[in-house]
Design a protein around this ligand. Structure first.
Ligand code: SAH
Length: 380
């Protein structure tokens, strides 16, 4: 392989506080919303009414909230449901089964989310930060650096919007209900820990407090911030942890996932096994297959030895193209051999589909560029 310069990673880059958006009901639990409503001089039960519209009916337009007195509607929606995400563009591919949304935030930052429909489920892939500070060289989001953390409500609102898309029946061939969330969009979720965990609490709380998703159907994907993995294991949550490993050896992982310079493969796997033990949940090991970089048979064998007997599942991701990238996906026979060796070692392994590739909506392709020249695939 070609030798790469090591990219320094700055984990402590501060998010600009001033840029955070207005408070929204999804930032608060039900008690917090009731307190806010009381401050507005309204009866506390209005918090539940507005929450039912937002989380239960996926309605955010005050005109549709006819159970609220007309005089109070605007005041309540202005304070509880300020606009956080303005749609800039929506693209569809895979015959209507994949939708990518580009949003503008109140400070002009751009983020993306992706909705993927399958015959039995609908999955939303959410962003947790505008940009990303982790600098993985094969990921488009990593190239531009971190702009800022998203607020809890900016994260939750992506899911609520996409739940509305699903409910409208727009996801071809899928049930009209959002059932899963993966934190695999832009950003490193565990670098925005408190807001991401609060967002998960909203996503799993039953309506009207939250969206009522199952904890088991939420996946947090991380480059491997070891203290944050440990902290997540100690929350009373049993979400699935996905670890972006991409190399079984420190020499290569230091380059592909620069945070490895701080926490080594052995440390991050130890934290992952601790997570599995605490939650009883199988950890998903993510591994992008990069031609002649990390796809050698000996690396499959080494990975197999690291994972054998552990509560782990390997998800191989054919490398998705990113602008200016010097790397390609591994050829299919190489990928098959990699799978075979892992399975021979007793490690459960699957290859992820490349959903959303045509609309740059696949793993690692989210870069939130606003380009007028981009049109939906299939458009005339
Ligand atoms: N920061 C988190 C979540 C975002 S990325 C993380 O790294 O886990 C979601 C997954 O897509 C990660 O496993 C990431 O490594 C992978 N990915 C990034 N760029 C990719 C690319 N070009 N092709 C395939 N997978 C990629």
């Amino acid at each position: 392989m070609t030798s790469l310069p090591l990219t320094p990673v700055n984990l402590d880059a501060p998010a600009r506080r001033a840029a955070m958006p207005p408070r929204h009901l999804a930032d608060l639990d039900l008690a917090g919303r009731q307190a806010l409503v009381a401050e507005l001089g309204e009866p506390r039960f209005r918090a539940r009414q507005v929450s039912t519209h937002y989380f239960g009916r996926l309605v955010r337009d005050s005109g549709q909230m006819t159970d609220l007195p007309a005089a109070a509607r605007e005041k309540l929606t202005d304070r509880l449901l300020p606009t956080l995400l303005t749609p800039v563009r929506e693209l569809t591919c895979d015959d209507g089964a994949t939708h990518k949304a580009l949003w503008r935030l109140h400070d002009g930052s751009l983020v993306e989310s992706v909705l993927m429909g399958y015959p039995d489920r609908v999955t939303a892939c959410l962003s947790s930060q505008a940009g990303c500070g982790m600098a993985c060289p094969f990921c488009a989001t990593g190239q531009a650096g971190l702009t800022r953390n998203l607020s809890t409500a900016e994260i939750v609102d992506q899911a609520v919007y996409l739940a509305g898309v699903a409910a409208s029946g727009a996801v071809a061939g899928s049930p009209p209900r959002l059932s899963r969330v993966v934190f695999m969009g832009m950003g490193e979720p565990l670098a925005n820990y408190n807001r991401v965990v609060a967002a998960i609490r909203r996503l799993v709380a039953p309506a009207p407090e939250g969206l009522g998703l199952s904890q088991r159907h939420i996946t947090v994907s991380t480059v491997g911030l070891v203290p944050a993995i440990r902290r997540l294991a100690s929350e009373d949550l049993s979400v699935t942890l996905a670890l972006s490993l991409h190399a079984p050896d420190d020499g290569l992982r230091d380059e592909l996932v620069p945070v490895n310079q701080r926490w080594k493969v052995s440390e991050v796997l130890e934290a992952a096994w601790e997570y599995a033990a605490r939650t009883g949940r199988r950890v998903s090991i993510e591994y992008a297959m990069i031609k002649d970089v990390n796809d050698q048979p000996w690396r499959a064998d080494l990975l197999g030895r690291l994972l054998a007997g552990k509560l782990a599942h390997v998800n191989l991701i054919p490398l998705n193209p990113t602008p200016g990238s010097r790397w390609d996906a591994s050829p299919k026979p190489v990928e098959r051999e990699f799978v075979r060796r892992l399975r021979d070692a007793g490690v459960s392994t699957t290859v992820r589909d490349t959903r959303g590739r045509e609309i740059d909506g696949a793993c690692g392709q989210l870069a939130a560029a606003e380009g007028d020249e981009i049109v939906a695939p299939g458009a005339p």
